[in-house]
Write a protein that binds this ligand. Structure first.
Ligand SMILES: NC(=O)c1ccc[n+]([C@@H]2O[C@H](COP(=O)([O-])OP(=O)(O)OC[C@H]3O[C@@H](n4cnc5c(N)ncnc54)[C@H](OP(=O)(O)O)[C@@H]3O)[C@@H](O)[C@H]2O)c1
Length: 299
């Protein structure tokens, strides 16, 4: 049995389907029976409960072969750091209580840095918790998948483009960064869960198909939505914060996001592995932009 957290989410639901297709039994976790129903119909066992409750997670993990874990959050909920720590601590507490020994944990590029990475700092702290857990017992193994920036983040750009006719964000226009589709993370995570070919706390990067700047990605998106001249404008300081809060971010998370954008734009978030065949994934931004364009047309 494999346990998948965030099973109704972008990476989780695809991992569930991969494991089912491989003939494995899957326990899909979420907070709502109704949102989990399609996964039950596909053949997964489902269980709804509070993901930050260690007792709920321990019960789910007990006797399982391996689990996929992540630190989900609501964009608009204040108190990002405290919520992330509550979630991360619950996962590790549940690992200890349940005796589960194999985990694939979604993390982020930049989790190696000790400061300046805003929302990624919580994933760094979770890697540290998992390392402490793995170090306690030679049979415990956790794989942290350090993903690049999700291409899905551009769904948030569509409202901006619709309203203002340009794309604006806090990132430098021309700094190329790894951008990855969530489906490629799911494919890598599912493969890792099935193979379990790592020991102790290990880290692997997932860098997408290639590095792209915000200006390049905006140009590709513009071509797909019939706005070939679509411009990207870097929003500075208060403008970036205001735009994010208007876009639904809680103020504390907006400030962290701007901090991260500055650190990335200054070139401080880097791949430690270097791009290679193993961490380069299939989905191009051109292909992903077709889906963004469909969503844009439906707005
Ligand atoms: N965005 C990026 O660029 C980036 C880069 C690197 C890493 N990441 C990591 O990727 C994670 C997101 O992964 P994903 O895209 O697979 O997840 P997702 O689509 O955001 O879904 C996560 C699922 O978790 C469940 N959930 C449980 N507790 C939740 C809570 N308190 N708030 C919100 N959802 C909750 C939700 O399902 P129910 O509502 O059905 O319970 C949701 O479907 C982020 O949390 C971040 O840690 C993101």
């Amino acid at each position: 049995m494999y346990v998948v957290m965030g099973a109704t989410g972008r990476t989780g639901h695809r991992i569930v389907h991969h494991l089912l297709q491989a003939g494995e039994r899957v326990l899909a976790l979420g907070r709502s029976e109704s949102r989990l129903a399609p996964l039950a119909a596909a053949g997964a066992q489902v269980r709804a409960g509070e993901q930050t409750d260690p007792a709920f997670l321990a019960e789910a993990f007990r006797g399982a072969t391996a689990a996929y874990t992540l630190l989900p959050y609501e964009l608009s909920a204040p108190g990002y750091d405290a919520q992330q720590d509550r979630q991360g601590e619950a996962i590790v507490e549940a690992l200890r209580r349940s005796g589960l020994r194999e985990v694939v944990a979604l993390s982020s590029l930049g989790a190696d840095l000790a400061q300046g990475t805003g929302p990624i700092m919580s994933m760094r702290r979770q890697e540290q918790r998992l390392r402490a857990w793995a170090d306690e017992d030679a049979g415990r193994n956790a794989l942290a998948l350090r993903a690049g920036a999700f291409m899905e983040n551009f769904y948030g750009s569509l409202e901006v483009i619709k309203a203002f006719g340009f794309n604006g964000d806090a990132f430098d226009a021309d700094y190329p960064l790894p951008m990855i589709a969530a489906r490629d993370i799911a494919d890598a995570a599912a493969g890792a869960l099935l193979r379990r070919d790592w020991r102790g706390l290990s880290v692997r990067e997932l860098l997408g198909e290639r590095d792209l700047s915000y200006a390049q990605a905006t140009r590709i998106l513009g071509e797909r939505i019939g706005l070939p001249e679509l411009a990207y404008v870097r929003l500075e300081g208060g403008d970036a914060l205001d735009a994010l809060v208007q876009g639904g971010f809680a103020p504390d998370l907006a400030a962290q996001y701007v901090e991260l954008a500055h650190t990335i734009s200054a070139g401080r978030v880097r791949s430690l592995e270097g791009r290679n065949a193993g961490n380069t994934t299939a989905t191009s931004f051109e292909a992903f932009a077709e889906e963004l364009a469909q969503a844009y047309r439906a707005m």
